[in-house]
Design a protein around this ligand. Structure first.
Ligand code: GLY
Ligand code: MN
Ligand code: MN
Length: 445
């Protein structure tokens, strides 16, 4: 049974209505995610599809939402779900069943998943348009094509053989881009659990431990703050591993003098935090680490200041590039005029990723980055993005002063755009050198 405490039937109904109003008349078909075998008879942990969960709150596998407008401001939602099965429930846990799905999730009707294709044939026959994203679930697509084949047999020659298939995802992404108040409340919970995990890591890490020991401390704090799972695999990268952007082995033994880069986020009610902090394993930054850290921090703070309503979504990136380039000159990694260095992207070997992405149900959340005219999207209240500059000096890079080689630093926060500017949802995670060192000293007392 779901641990999800935000089963708000009215909220899900209103989200469905907003989506259907944006799509227009037609039949929305939305399967949840598939269960995937990990090995033998072991499955990967099941997580409902982000869009499906956003519109239903329903947590079980094998489910499908069918919904269509029935008039102005109204719609009908049918959920296909697994039926109750006392024998299976002894092994796999309780199921809502059809009655539970209607009662708890407030859909108009719930039917057994086994009856789905018979009912869908009926629904498809009465709609000219089907809103469905092809190629995301090939088995489902094949069944849909088979249903279209059956429909074609029943149609007169001059009629279209099957409904037109329209991708609902651009409209869905548009809806998810500006977070509603329930989504923001969930993000507050997810980001505060995420902050607790990062503080726990700072207070737990010691030379001689393995990276996975620290990972355990972070994820234990996430769980104890009400997060059932991570939003993505935790990156716990010590020493030179910090230069591997999506490092995930997390199995190196950490040494005195190492920096530890931790990029980890807690998921709560389907949305996730996404925070990176970088700190010295032994609690004190070396001079070289300090110098690089200050450059990244200054760039990150400038990026956050640029994240304001009305600004282009990539305004933080542009200011971050300028600050990092200035810093690389100060550090004597680059030589020359900042404007000229920026023009030829001289920062690229040391800063090779973007500064921001949308954040929400997916860590790299849905939402366009350009408007219809091809211009960068403008930030609006309710949008949430990360600001995450870094500098990565490969241990073997002879262009870099020796003292900096092997240093990898990223600083990442989650920023909610507000009417007046922004709110850093993850501001409570220590970030200045003084705050990090003080937090780490506190573990000794
Ligand atoms: N945690 C992945 C990212 O920061 O984009
Ligand atoms: Mn990120
Ligand atoms: Mn991250």
């Amino acid at each position: 049974m779901s641990r999800d405490a935000t089963i708000h039937a009215a909220l899900h109904r209103s989200r469905r209505q907003r989506l259907l109003d944006e799509l227009g008349d037609g039949l929305l078909l939305l399967p949840t995610a598939n269960e995937t075998i990990r090995n033998s008879d072991v499955h990967y942990e099941f997580r409902p599809g982000s869009d499906f969960h956003f519109l239903t709150g329903f947590p079980e596998p094998e489910a499908l939402l069918a919904a269509w407008r029935t008039g102005k401001g109204t719609h009908r939602a049918v959920l296909f779900v697994r039926t109750r099965d006392p024998a299976r429930e002894i092994w796999d846990g309780k199921r809502y069943g059809t009655a539970g799905a209607v009662k708890t999730f407030g859909v108009d009707e719930a039917l057994p998943v086994g009856a789905m294709w018979g009912k869908l044939l009926e629904l498809l026959a009465s709609h000219r348009t089907v809103f469905h994203r092809l190629a995301s679930d090939r088995a489902f697509d094949q069944r849909l094509i088979d249903a279209f084949g059956k429909l074609a047999m029943q149609k007169k020659r001059q009629q279209p053989a099957h409904p037109t298939v329209v991708d609902p995802m651009p409209a869905m992404a548009h809806l998810r881009l500006r977070k509603d108040s329930a989504e923001i409340e969930s993000l507050r919970h997810a980001t505060s659990a995420t902050v607790a995990g990062h503080i726990a890591a700072m207070q737990f890490a010691m030379p001689g431990m393995h990276e996975f020991d620290v990972q355990a401390s972070i994820e234990a704090a996430f769980r104890m703050c009400g997060s059932g799972r991570n939003g993505y695999s935790s990156i716990v990268a010590s020493g030179p591993n910090a230069c591997v952007l999506h490092y995930h082995e997390n199995d190196r033994r950490m040494k005195k003098g190492d920096l530890l880069l931790v990029d980890a986020g807690a998921e709560v009610f389907g949305v996730t935090g996404d925070v990176t902090r970088t700190f010295p394993v032994d609690g004190t930054f070396t001079d070289a680490q300090r110098a690089v850290y200050q450059v990244v921090l200054k760039a990150q703070l400038a990026g956050i200041r640029a994240a304001r309503p009305g600004a282009a979504w990539d305004a933080p990136h542009r200011i971050v590039l300028r600050e990092l380039t200035k810093g690389l000159v100060q550090l004597k990694v680059l030589k020359g005029n900042v404007a000229a260095l920026l023009k030829k992207a001289a920062f690229k070997p040391f800063y090779m990723h973007g500064t921001s992405h949308w954040l929400g149900r997916d860590v790299h959340d849905v939402g366009a980055y350009q408007d219809a005219a091809g211009k960068p999207m403008r930030l609006q209240p309710g949008m949430v993005l990360t600001i995450e500059p870094g500098l990565y000096f490969d241990p073997r890079d002879r262009r870099v002063p020796k003292a900096f080689r092997g240093i990898g630093i990223r600083i990442e926060d989650d920023v909610l755009i507000t009417a007046r500017g922004n709110e850093v949802l993850t501001a409570a995670a220590p970030k200045t050198i003084a705050d990090i060192e003080a937090t780490m000293r506190a573990r000794e007392s």
